[in-house]
Design a binder for this molecule. Sequence first.
Ligand SMILES: C[S@@+](CC[C@H](N)C(=O)[O-])C[C@H]1O[C@@H](n2cnc3c(N)ncnc32)[C@H](O)[C@@H]1O
Length: 431
Amino acid sequence: MAGSTTESLRQLYEELPYPNVPIEASGRSAIGSLYRLSWTTAQYARTRAILPSEGIAILNVGCGSGWETLILAEANPGARLVACDLSPASVQATERRLRYHGFGEVELHALNLLEIEQLGQRFDFISLNDVLYLLEDPVAGLKALKRVLKPDGILRANLHHAYQRQVIFRLQEAFRLLGLFELPTPEACRRVREFMASLASDELRAALHWDPQIYSDDTNIRANYLLPGDKGFLLPDLLRMLQEAELGLVCLVDYADWDPTLLFKDRAMPAWLQAELDKLSPAEQNHFYELIYPNHRLIDFWAEHPGSSLVLPWSDADWLEGRVQLNPILMDNAEFRHNFAQAHDKKLEFAMNWPGASRGRLTIPAPQMAWLGSLLQGPVAVAGLIEQAAQAHRIDQEAAQEQVLTYLAGLESFLFVMLDPSPASLAEEGI
Ligand SMILES: C[S@@+](CC[C@H](N)C(=O)[O-])C[C@H]1O[C@@H](n2cnc3c(N)ncnc32)[C@H](O)[C@@H]1O
């Protein structure tokens, strides 16, 4: 039988399916979400292989009003989608949204994720956004999902951060003391607004993260100050939970933004500190970052069956004989294509928000745009890019190679470009 938190959540989301995004809104310009929900991006992070999404099976768990499901459909062309949620009203909202956008073939179920095995299906990609931290027993949830994850599959989920969200957790506790969690939603939200309006100063309201515009919508008050079952975690908690569920961490979805060097001026730190940090594993380094500067609301991660992937670093030969391409979610994005082409044509710096990059922002200086522009045509031989860089900057082949390989390796670590190292694939296509 479902516990009381599960029942409160079901009732809450029956009343207010989440998020409250208009049905006609498209996710195609939401690059950040497309990145997080792209199977090709996740698989590239996991194995460094470029795997198209055509024909894969995706499970969206806790689909809410279908905003995440829609972006999954948009980010993964040709994939087969199954979505489920505790709340039948949320499932209906997802059905309407997906049909409106021409994805009428999504299979939908009003189902607790703990019973997902009932479907008798296995999935290449499982996504649950803003769901795991709500479960009474998140490890039981992970175990249930692991059972329906294919051997090479990827599970993407996230947890609320214990320190970033401290203020909201405190307010939840305060409002619980006042009995607001027991009231019908409209009355509880009215009281939260009245409480905030009565506070002595804007400073105090800001300290409680209150923004009247955002919280003019009851859905948002419910999703934060009055969210039943909400819990916070740190990276070691995630690692322990994955271990208990017998899953392995691929990496944080935005791992470049958890890099301790970002905390220091010009990214240089005292020698003793660098030496100590070098002794830590990547996950411990990320933990150090979150202790010093907990700026992420979510610990967003990709997980796999443990040890199912082995990634060896690329060699110079891989690069020199291979081809690079832009991340497919960029290739499909009209606004990106326009801005990237403009920066190339007008020899300008290019900048955009990109969750794979440090501080979530990617900037490509004008000199690199001189040779990166050709990536808009599709996969390009790295040797050709070196040629272009040599001509554009009037430098010799060796200097151009150094510049191109260094720069491409950086963009590849941000999952902005991908490398196909096999010259065989060129031969297959008769190039
Ligand atoms: C905060 S909403 C997130 C909606 C959607 N994933 C998104 O990010 O837009 C959480 C959703 O998870 C669903 N949920 C919570 N516990 C669940 C469970 N045990 N099984 C299935 N769905 C669940 C809720 O009904 C709700 O729709």
